[in-house]
Design a protein around this ligand. Sequence first.
Ligand code: UDX
Length: 436
Amino acid sequence: MRITVIGTGYLGAVHAACLAELGFEVLGVDSDPAKVAALQIGQPPFFEPGLADLLTRVLATGRLQFTTSLTEAADFGDVHFICVGTPQLPGSNAADLTQVTGAIAALTPLLTRPCLVIGKSTVPVGTASNIAELLTAAPAGAGVELAWNPEFLREGFAIEDTLSPDRLVFGIRSAQAELTLRSIYADAIQAGAPVVVTDFPTAELVKVAANAFLATKISFINAMAEVCEATGADVTELADALGHDPRIGRRFLNAGLGFGGGCLPKDIRAFMARADELGVPEAVEFLREVDSINLRRRDRTVAAARELAGGTLVDVKVACLGASFKPDSDDVRDSPALHVAQALHAEGALVRVTDPKSITNATDRYPHLSYVASPEAALAGADLTLLLTEWREYREIDPAAARPLVAKAIMLDGRNALDPQAWRSAGWVYRGIGRR
Ligand code: UDX
C-alpha cells in the first residue's frame, strides 16, 4: 500500500515518518517548498523529541519522500491522509477550514484511480460528509472513498502516541474502508489498541469531545485553585486526593497557568461555534466558562507577580523561565507563558525570557520581548522570577545555587512544578498557584 500524507505540520510530519517506520511507502506533501526541502534532508520544521532521528532513519530506507506536488501525490497514493491545519479564524471562534477544503478541491480532479482519502485534521462535526460529497467529482468516481480517523497525539509524545495509540477511531461508510484502516494500523491493533468503528459525525465528535473534556478537567482544577487561594487550602494535595478516585483520575489535574497550544483553546472555541450553527449552543455553553477560567488564570498570575513586586511592575526585572505552551515542545501558539511575559512587559516590567527550544518561535511572535539563552542569564540580577513552562531543566534548578544569581529571591511558580519546602529553605519567597 502506498500512502500520501498531505500537510506536514505537527501532525502530518510525525504521521508520515511513523508510517514509513511501519514499512509503508510514504510521500509527504506540503505546499511550503522550504518545509519540504528541510524534511527531505531529515530536518523537522519544529522540535519534537525523537523526530529528527526517526526521519533520518526512515529517509535512509528510501520509503519516505516529500514533495510539493499534489499531482505526484495523486499518482502515488492508494491512500491519502489529510493532515492540514484547522486554526481559529481571526475574529471568530470558528475553525478556519480553508486548508482542508483547499487540499480536497485541489486533489479531487487528480484522483484518476481508486483510493481511500482519510481525514485526520480536527474539523467541526459535519465536515466529513461535505468532503465525501466533494470527492464524488473525482474522475475515478465511486472508486474514491472517504474515511474519518481522528488523531489524538500530544506534542512532546507524538511518536509514541502515533505508534502506540490508546485507541483508534474509524469513521467509515464501507467494509472496504474499515479493512484498509485495519491493515494500516495492523501493528497497533495487534499490540492491543482498541478500535471503535463508527460513522463520520461520531468520529469527528470524538476528537472535539475529548479535547473539551481535557480542557474542562484543567479548568476545573484551576477553579478549585481559586477556592484554595481564598481558603488557605492546597490545590496539589486536593488534586492528589481527588485523583485516587479512579472515576476521576490524577492526570490533567495539574493547576497552574492553564492550557494553551494549537489544539485545546481553538478546539473548544470551534466546538462552541459549531454548536451554535447546529442550534444547540446551550449544550456546550459550559465551555465558555472553561475558556474564561483558563484565561483568568493568566491575569491572576500577572496580579500575583505585581503583588510580589510590591504593588507595581514598573522597572522590575523579571526572569521568565519558559515560553513554549508546554515542555518538550517549541510550539508557542496561544502559549500561556508568553501571554504572561507580554502582560508583565506591558505593565512596565523589564522582562527577560528564556526557553530551551522555543526562543526562535517566541521572537517571531513577540519580537519586542528580550530573550536570553540560559536560565542563569535570565536569573542574573532579577527582582522576581516566574516559572512559566515546566521544562525538566527548570524543575531541577537548585534553589541554593540560584539564590546568589538574583537580586531578590522571589519565585512565582506558575506551573506548581517546584518543591515549595526546598525553595523556602534556600531563602526564597515561594508562591505557587492555589498552593500553601
Ligand atoms: C492536546 C491533547 O492532549 C491531544 O490528545 C490532542 O490530540 C491535541 O491536543 P497538546 O496540545 O499536545 O495535546 O497538549 P496537552 O498535553 O494536552 O496540554 C495542553 C495544555 O494543557 C498545555 O498548555 C499544558 O501545560 C496544559 N495542562 C495539561 C495543564 O495546565 N494542566 C494539566 O494537568 C495538563
